[in-house]
Design a protein around this ligand. Structure first.
Ligand code: RB5
Length: 141
């Protein structure tokens, strides 16, 4: 599976750890940032959101300090459902009920082992469809 991944400076360390942990399991396309030099999170949220929309069947991971800047920005793109997740149960539900196509992690508020478990739960979960699809169909304005 193709994963488009991006972070700001607050998330770059976790981004690298994630790529290393899931190496061989997923094909990562890294939209940056690549250093801890201060950058603006919307630049990376827009890049990942556009790639996920263009690249059918792919998913995205976005990481910033709180996750909020990335989620707020990515969700401006019609068709993107970016879910801020900090626990495996929330991540599984984000896929099962919301069919999230981008998972957002709060690097400054989640231990790395919990971040990995949260991503694992997200990628293992499946969208349940049915009433959840009806609700998703009502999201876009
Ligand atoms: C950067 O300091 C911080 O504002 C950013 O990572 C994120 O938390 C924004 O939502």
């Amino acid at each position: 599976m193709k994963i488009h991944i991006g972070s700001d400076h607050a998330g770059v360390e976790l981004k690298e750890l994630i790529k290393k942990h899931f190496d061989g399991k997923f094909e990562f396309e890294d939209e940056g940032t690549f250093t801890t030099e201060s950058v603006d999170y919307p630049d990376f949220a827009h890049a990942v959101a556009q790639k996920v929309l263009e690249d059918g069947g792919s998913l995205g991971i976005l990481i910033c300090g709180t996750g909020n800047g990335m989620a707020i920005t990515a969700n401006k793109h019609a068709g993107i459902r970016a879910a801020l997740c900090w626990a495996p149960e929330i991540a599984a539900l984000a896929k099962q009920h919301n069919n999230a196509n981008i998972i957002v992690l709060p690097a400054r508020f989640i231990p790395s082992d919990v971040a990995i478990a949260t991503l694992t739960a997200f990628f293992e979960a499946e969208f349940e469809g049915g009433r959840h699809q009806r609700r998703i169909d009502k999201i876009n304005i």
